[in-house]
Design a protein around this ligand. Sequence first.
Ligand code: IPE
Ligand code: IPE
Ligand code: MG
Length: 254
Amino acid sequence: MSIKDNINLDKLPEHIAIIMDGNGRWAQEKGHDRLFGHLHGVESVRNIVEGAAELGIHYLTLYAFSTENWLRPQEEVTGLMELLIDTIRKEVPTLNKNNIRLHVIGATDMMPEHARQALQEAISETSTNTGLNLVMALSYSSRWEIIHTTQKIAQDVLNGKLLPEDINQEVYSNYLSTAGIPDPELMIRTSGEHRISNFLLYQLAYTELYFTQTLWPDFRKDNLYEAIIDFQQRQRRFGKTGDQLKKNIIEEKN
Ligand code: IPE
Ligand code: IPE
Ligand code: MG
């Protein structure tokens, strides 16, 4: 029996978000430079995207580059951008073959022009796919997103399109860059760090968090399955008591 057989397919998270961390340490442990780690991290991305699509997950958000990552050494930033563009260009046929639709969230205007163009092409070439929605968080940070969202809301209020008293959670969500995407039920971070690092702060309000020591370049489908199995054993209470939830289940059955 494989690990995958232990997953309850009726209780799959609709949206999984991942902080793909540990590429640099993985490479340095092996005596290589950090870019070598990023190169191998791409293999994990391919494997996990395939695994999520096979399972029938609807949304997978991958944190690939944060706004803070722009502060890394120039050589690493340039290398990462090149790798990203090269990968996205090459992967479009596979995305289409697997019915995967690409989305991007983040301050992409900070990216070089040719990178933005490659992204735009990949987004439009996969726009009619109806399977897994792959959301790449690029040049993304949650505080950037929240500020940007607030600016857009303020502009609409100023233009008379929106009344301040009409702003509620639903309206607010629709101004975020994740508009239309349900909040993640499960967030995974690799490499043993226990922090959010400016990722989806608003959307993760009730998300189950899963941390693993595994470094991203070693993370494979079986690791994803383990995280999903762990998630499926948790009781999500949303502020209620365990007894209330049990009662709801009994009432639903009757
Ligand atoms: C994650 O790996 C990839 C990016 C942030 C781009 P890191 O590059 O952060 O690797 P570590 O955490 O330094 O090992
Ligand atoms: C978070 O990883 C960002 C991405 C995985 C893209 P970092 O490696 O940048 O996070 P910190 O600096 O350890 O918090
Ligand atoms: Mg890191």
